[in-house]
Design a protein around this ligand. Structure first.
Ligand code: HSE
Length: 311
């Protein structure tokens, strides 16, 4: 038997929602799991890219053994029903740029889990799949939108239980994703964060995330412009992303640009705008990144409302 799953990219944090909110985007990875006929063949993992120009080194850097996230996720699912995975061939077709803050690793975890779940006869429901994916990834803000689609608020409580809820993103708010041609590992981008933050900064983010949710729910672009600010991760990470501060500053006083935030742990940036000239966004980013010799891809996208699906 062979099962494939198409999984969307995701952009986590959206400014103040560090580790608890993310949106699915229409860029995809496809994960296929095939039961092999030869007993004792273990698990084979192959990675292929939609993009021929992709750096070979990237593939070498992706673990293809039991250290791989897809292996861990599949193994946890099998173990949850008292089984061990074996005789499986896992193919990962990547369309989501790797290590750019677009949820590539989450999509691989989710794709592996959903495919394995299908092969096993659907023993795990949506919440159980989300719990395993969160445990492997460490936080739910990419895996939740990858599974559910749309914009999702999600938290894993101290007892391990999950709570999540979808928000309805205003259709007229444009999302421009700026993807530089360098990688930034989430591990590095998390390692530079402080272990503790001030009460003042914690309150700042709580206020702004509350405003973000209200702005989305009431389609209030003016409130959204106030909301899209963060003091918990972006100020520490900006030194890892050349041009990030300049790009953010360039749009700060533009009424139609509701905000420019780091996508996940970076280095991609997400620019949210309303009735604003998208060519102007592109030319501003181009001017700043080209002056720093940074090549990039820039795309205006809609939120992907459909989560991962088996086919
Ligand atoms: N919330 C996570 C972070 C997303 O910012 O580190 C990246 O995995």
């Amino acid at each position: 038997m062979k099962v494939s799953v198409k999984v969307p990219a995701s952009s986590a944090n959206i400014g103040p929602g560090f580790d608890c909110i993310g949106m699915a985007l229409p860029i995809y990875n496809t994960i296929t799991i095939e039961e092999t006929v030869l007993p004792g063949t273990g698990i084979e993992i192959n990675v292929m890219s939609d993009d021929d120009s992709i750096d070979e080194k990237i593939f070498h850097d992706i673990p293809k053994d039991e250290n791989s996230l897809v292996y861990k996720a599949v193994e946890m699912l099998y173990n949850s029903i008292g089984q061990e995975p074996s005789e499986l061939k896992i193919n990962i077709q990547t369309g989501i740029p790797i290590a750019r803050g677009l949820g590539s690793s989450s999509s691989i975890i989710v794709g592996g889990l959903l495919a394995a779940n299908k092969l096993l006869g659907d023993p795990a429901d949506e919440t159980a799949l989300l719990a395993i994916a969160t445990e492997v990834e460490g936080h739910p803000d990419n895996v939740a939108p990858a599974i559910l689609g749309g914009v999702v608020l999600a938290t894993q409580e101290e007892d391990g239980s999950l709570a999540y809820s979808k928000l309805e993103w205003p259709d007229e708010w444009d999302i421009t994703v700026c993807i530089p041609d360098f990688q930034l590992s989430t591990e590095i981008a998390r390692s530079i964060l402080p272990k503790e933050v001030s009460m003042q900064d914690a309150i700042f983010n709580a206020k702004h995330l509350a405003m973000l949710i209200q702005a989305v729910n009431t389609n209030d672009d003016k409130l959204m412009k106030v909301a899209l600010k963060d003091k918990l991760h972006q100020p520490y990470r900006e030194k890892l992303v050349p041009g990030m501060r300049e790009i953010m500053d360039a749009f700060k006083h533009e009424d139609g640009v509701l905000g420019c935030v780091l996508s996940g742990a970076g280095p991609s940036l997400l620019i949210i705008s309303y009735k604003y000239d998208l060519d102007k966004i592109k030319s501003t980013v181009k001017e700043i990144w080209e002056a720093q010799n940074i090549k990039f891809d820039i795309r205006t996208l809609k939120v992907e409302e459909q989560g991962a699906f088996v086919f």
